[in-house]
Design a protein around this ligand. Structure first.
Ligand code: C5P
Length: 226
């Protein structure tokens, strides 16, 4: 990262994991902590950007100097991100977004019925927010970034996903076991729609965040708008 190279820019970061409500007390969710998205928000603020952090169910405290919008479900996250993106120079979708949500929300707590098996849980698809943002580009020159976790054939799968989503950059997290020692290995490669490939060695989430902002800064239109 370099000084205040994001001064005059407005960036939007989504973080955490969405929860899809089943009834007033239950949800379908995931284990995302929000740490990567928060690291992205903090580093962008440190580089001078105005930051809107759309945070889905993270337990982390609000970072200083960042506008935080708290959301629960995917539809809430979509509304908040879409609204903030209208005036953003860059949008980074670091949140783990549920692909599906329960088809029906029960307004009262779902009860078990004696000696009856439960009904199968019907799900419907959620909108793909990253693909929508990439297609709509409310601001010219806006840079849109996604995240993806892959376990095998990381680069081909990442390339295909980047193309399918239509974003400018895709941060591909390799999650899996080392072939040699069976140990956990975490690696990221940032793929660019222009064909670029930037490997980021295992390390703190801030390091990956700085690399992502470096790559975004290179792609932003030259002069910050007023
Ligand atoms: O397709 P996949 O879920 O692997 O893509 C991950 C990327 O897409 C992440 O950046 C995530 O925030 C975004 N995403 C989204 N809307 C969805 C599902 C994923 O924006 N419904």
């Amino acid at each position: 990262g370099s000084g205040a190279d994001l001064a005059g820019r407005h960036v939007v970061v989504s973080a955490g994991g969405t929860r899809e409500p089943l009834d007033p007390v239950r949800f379908l969710g995931n284990r995302s902590s929000g740490k990567q998205g928060y690291a992205l928000a903090r580093t962008a603020a440190a580089r001078g950007a105005r930051v809107t952090l759309v945070s889905a169910n993270s337990a982390l405290p609000d970072p200083a100097g960042v506008d935080v919008v708290r959301v629960g479900s995917t539809l809430e996250l979509r509304e908040a991100v879409t609204k903030a993106a209208a005036e953003a120079d860059a949008v980074v979708m670091a949140a783990a977004v549920a692909d599906f949500r329960p088809a029906v929300y029960a307004t009262g707590k779902i009860k078990k019925k004696d000696d009856r098996e439960p009904e199968p849980l019907a799900l419907v698809r959620n909108p793909d927010i990253l693909a929508e943002l990439s297609a709509s580009r409310p601001r010219s020159g806006q840079v849109v970034v996604g995240f993806a976790a892959e376990t095998d054939d990381v680069l081909p799968h990442g390339r295909a996903k980047l193309a399918a989503k239509g974003c400018d950059l895709l941060v591909v997290n390799e999650v899996g076991e080392s072939k040699t020692f069976g140990s956990e290995e975490n690696e990221a490669v940032v793929l660019g729609a222009d064909g670029s490939e930037t490997p980021v060695p295992y390390g703190p989430k801030e390091t990956l965040a700085e690399t992502v902002w470096d790559l975004i800064a290179e792609r932003l239109p030259a002069a910050p708008r007023e």
